[in-house]
Write a protein that binds this ligand. Structure first.
Ligand SMILES: NC(=O)c1ccc[n+]([C@@H]2O[C@H](COP(=O)([O-])OP(=O)(O)OC[C@H]3O[C@@H](n4cnc5c(N)ncnc54)[C@H](O)[C@@H]3O)[C@@H](O)[C@H]2O)c1
Length: 334
């Protein structure tokens, strides 16, 4: 299989390395808006072909497309790839808002090529085990879920105005995984935020720490917290509490949390610092799944419709924070 990869920045260069090591990927073509960066990554991985992004759809003669560009290029590349009949993997998000995401759905409606959106937690062994336990009924009925995405350090100032805000950028992963683990839909949210870090968050209309209370369609309650200032490390977890049993995802030796109880030494490992170390194995499994999708062995494990569903929850959170009230997700769905 010959794979074209657009965007070789932080996550794209990691994906390029993963694909390079996949036994079914026989050749690759790398493209980036910065051609020198594409050449540098290609040279470091022993990939011989680089191209302009637009050439991926013509002269590069690829079998599948991986998109890891900056967010503003995702929508048009998904549409162009799917319309060219290429199986497409695209990093989240599909687009910066729900209106543009719906536009992508309309424009690829008649394309038969599969599109896989990169919500990598669906390939993390902990989240997979949690989903299996919920589906098997071993927890009884789930009454409460607690999820968090706590970044160790804030992103650069210039990233924030184009990020879509902390709900769309960070908590969207928690919203996706809540839906995926429980198989339920979120019906209502109440979100609050604070600005006690750098001024550029407030200037962009964003918050630097948030708390969200969500109600699922079976009545279960979820709490999602996010921050850009968790110096202890990159802390991503989920607790699923049920009538018979409870479990935790991410409660391993690298958890960036310190116990103050006498004699307790857990956790004692090196704390996670970034999504790339926290989810290393999940990213590798995710792209192996995409190779299966591209080879026609499985359906997309995370569709554009899935991405739209979690984005709508994030948009409901934005309205809730701004207007200081609970918001039904159906309010932002129309
Ligand atoms: N799933 C995850 O956990 C996760 C983690 C990080 C980033 N992401 C997503 O991945 C995307 C990339 O993030 P990043 O942190 O690697 O950013 P980055 O800025 O490090 O890299 C983006 C790259 O895309 C290139 N680029 C921009 N427009 C292009 C175009 N039209 N054609 C070709 N190349 C283009 C840039 O030159 C740059 O090299 C973002 O959409 C982000 O939301 C997802």
């Amino acid at each position: 299989m010959r794979i074209g990869l657009a965007g070789v920045g932080r996550i794209g260069s990691f994906h390029a390395k993963t694909l390079r090591q996949h036994p079914e990927v026989k050749s690759m073509v790398l493209a980036d808006a910065d051609p020198a960066r594409a050449r540098h990554v290609a040279d470091s991985l022993g990939v011989d072909a680089v191209a302009r992004t637009e050439d991926l759809f013509s002269t590069a003669r690829i079998d599948a497309l991986v998109i890891a560009t900056a967010t503003d290029a995702h929508a048009s590349l998904i549409v162009e790839g799917a319309r060219a009949g290429l199986p497409v993997f695209c990093e989240k998000p599909v687009a910066i808002d729900a209106a543009q995401t719906r536009g992508v759905l309309r424009r690829i409606e008649s394309a038969r090529a599969p599109v896989h959106i990169g919500f990598q937690r669906r390939f993390d062994s902990g989240y997979m085990a949690a989903r299996d336990a919920v589906r098997a009924g071993s927890l009884g009925w789930v009454h409460t879920l607690r999820a968090c995405t706590l970044d160790a350090a804030p992103p650069p100032a210039e990233y924030v105005p184009t990020s879509g805000g902390i709900f769309r950028d960070c908590s969207v992963h928690d919203f996706d995984i809540l839906r995926w683990v429980t198989g339920r839909e979120v019906v209502e949210v109440y979100a609050v935020g604070q600005n006690r870090g750098a001024d550029f968050f407030r200037a962009a209309g964003d918050a630097d720490a948030t708390g969200t209370l969500l109600t699922l369609d079976d009545g279960a309650i979820a709490l999602v917290s996010a921050t850009r200032y968790n110096a202890a490390g990159h802390d991503v977890r989920l607790e699923v509490l049920g009538s018979k049993d409870s479990l935790a995802v991410g409660l391993d030796d690298r958890l960036p949390l310190r116990s103050v109880e006498a004699g307790v030494t857990f956790p004692s490992g090196k704390p996670y610092t970034l999504f790339l170390d926290r989810f290393h194995d999940a990213y590798v499994r995710e792209l192996a799944a995409f190779v299966d999708v591209a080879a026609g062995r499985r359906e997309s494990p995370c569709s554009v419709e899935d991405a739209l569903a979690s984005l709508l929850i994030a948009e409901a959170c934005e309205v809730s924070r701004r207007e200081r009230r609970p918001v039904r997700v159906s309010e932002v769905t129309v």
